[in-house]
Design a protein around this ligand. Structure first.
Ligand SMILES: Cc1ncc(COP(=O)(O)O)c(C=O)c1O
Length: 432
């Protein structure tokens, strides 16, 4: 009897006919269900998941407490619109984040839907607070796909090519002095970062015109390079001295991923604003901007917000995420996961000519896949390794084309983690 169960191939053909190629896919598979660190496709094949919905399910797929919170809220009301009829879940979540972000004092939080939207709003708020218009971001940085999100983003393909003109008054700093300085003394790294900022002020834009600098403490889409602590120290000092707000985009690095609730905490960084999304609500759409109240209150009434921002079901999910994160000590677990992954990655770099540059912070780890003859990044080899890994039951993805990155749920157990790393090792070995 012919089965009427959909296959990945069949659904793929429908997808190709009905959906444009722009919204990319990591794997040609369709999900049937997911739990913890595993996912099953419509054909019943099981995968260990090192992607976690691109870093959105740090508490694991379908954590029972999150699912229960979502169901309970769905039974009460799905949406009133915060601007029409407020609800306590929004206020309480703001109170919790105000206390949790690495900014001391009286903070306030506003909620939005996506990471891009939160980055845009952080810039709007910084502009009204400072009365300045210019914004500084980094080469390799990624802040989303909206007009301002792409204008802030420092990578051409696939994010900005063909989509101009872009938002004006955005200036970009080179990434290397801050994220990958040459092997040098702290004094030399400090001097390099300082000189780069002086060049920015001398040749591109006056510091008195700059509202904010937006920075990912660890590049996400830009290849998982953690910012260098000495260079970050310079940036913090200079921005403070010049009255420029420093925005930490913790969309990918936050919520336990890097071994602390926020990656900024590793550096002792006190940013002026924190942008959050992704794992904040375990896959429900929710993003947030938190900063001291005098900054957050600078836009006038009605100046920020949106129809869906801070949806009550998403807020309910986020409360459960925070409970789980703190009770199950997931940031600590990320540290342990990261140690195991880095040990494995160093082994890969020693064993395979095509693997270079293991790096990361906590469980936000990566390796470069290169052409062993030239040392140049090889997107082709990385793509083939992903395909072999998938065949063997591991979902893993790249950043910047040739960078294999890990975003596994932090509830992954040791056996799943080891099995996933072994599959990855075999997949790389099979694609020399
Ligand atoms: C650091 C960072 N900022 C912003 C964004 C944009 O988030 P979204 O895709 O939810 O708009 C992302 C998404 O990957 C990100 O990693």
């Amino acid at each position: 009897m012919p089965s009427d169960k959909p296959t990945n191939n069949h659904l793929m053909r429908r997808r190709e006919a009905a959906v444009p190629r722009g919204p990319f896919n990591v794997a040609p598979i369709f999900a049937a269900r997911a739990a913890g660190a595993r996912l099953w496709d419509v054909e019943g094949k099981e995968y260990i998941d090192f992607c976690g919905g691109i870093g959105c399910v740090n508490v694991g797929h379908n954590h029972p407490r999150v699912v229960q919170a979502v169901k309970r809220q769905a039974d009460q009301f799905l949406h009133t619109c915060w601007h029409v009829s407020m609800y306590e879940q929004y206020v309480r979540l703001a109170e919790r984040l105000n206390d949790l972000v690495p900014i001391p004092g009286a903070n306030m939080t506003a909620f939005f839907n996506s990471g891009a939207e939160a980055c845009e709003n952080a810039v709007k708020i910084a502009r009204t607070f400072t009365g300045r218009s210019a914004v500084v971001s980094f080469e390799r940085g990624f802040h989303g796909r909206t007009l301002l999100g792409m204008s802030l983003t420092g990578k051409v393909h696939p994010y900005t090519a063909g989509f101009g003109p872009f938002a004006p008054e955005v200036y970009r700093l080179p990434w290397k002095p801050f994220f990958h300085p040459p092997d040098a003394s702290d004094e030399e790294i400090e001097a390099g970062a300082l000189a780069t900022l002086e060049d920015l002020f001398a040749y591109h834009v006056e510091p008195e015109e700059i509202a904010c600098v937006i920075l990912e403490p660890v590049f996400g889409e830009g290849g998982f390079y953690p910012v260098h602590p000495v260079a970050l120290g310079v940036l913090r000092r200079v921005t403070e001295a010049k009255g420029i707000l420093l925005i930490a985009d913790e969309v990918q690095s936050g919520f336990g991923r890097c071994g602390r609730l926020f990656a900024s905490e590793h550096y002792g960084l006190v940013p002026d604003m924190v942008v959050m999304a992704k794992s904040l609500a375990a896959g429900m759409p929710l993003s947030a901007v938190t900063a001291p109240s005098e900054i957050m209150n600078s836009p006038e009434v009605g100046g920020i917000g949106g129809t869906f921002g801070g949806n009550p079901v998403s807020c309910a999910a986020a409360h459960a995420v925070l409970d789980v994160m703190l009770e199950e000590k997931l940031p600590e677990r990320a540290g342990k996961i990261g140690e195991k992954v880095m040990t494995a990655f160093q082994g890969f770099a020693a064993a395979y000519d095509q693997v270079r540059n293991p790096r990361g912070l906590g469980a936000m780890c990566a390796i470069d896949i290169v052409d062993p003859h030239t040392g140049l990044g090889s997107n082709d080899r990385a793509g083939k390794a992903l395909a072999v890994a998938r065949e063997k039951g591991l979902l893993v993805m790249t950043a910047s084309g040739n960078v294999l990155r890990t975003l596994m749920p932090l509830v992954i157990n040791d056996e799943e983690l080891e099995r996933g790393l072994n599959i990855l090792s075999d997949a790389i070995a099979a694609t020399p």
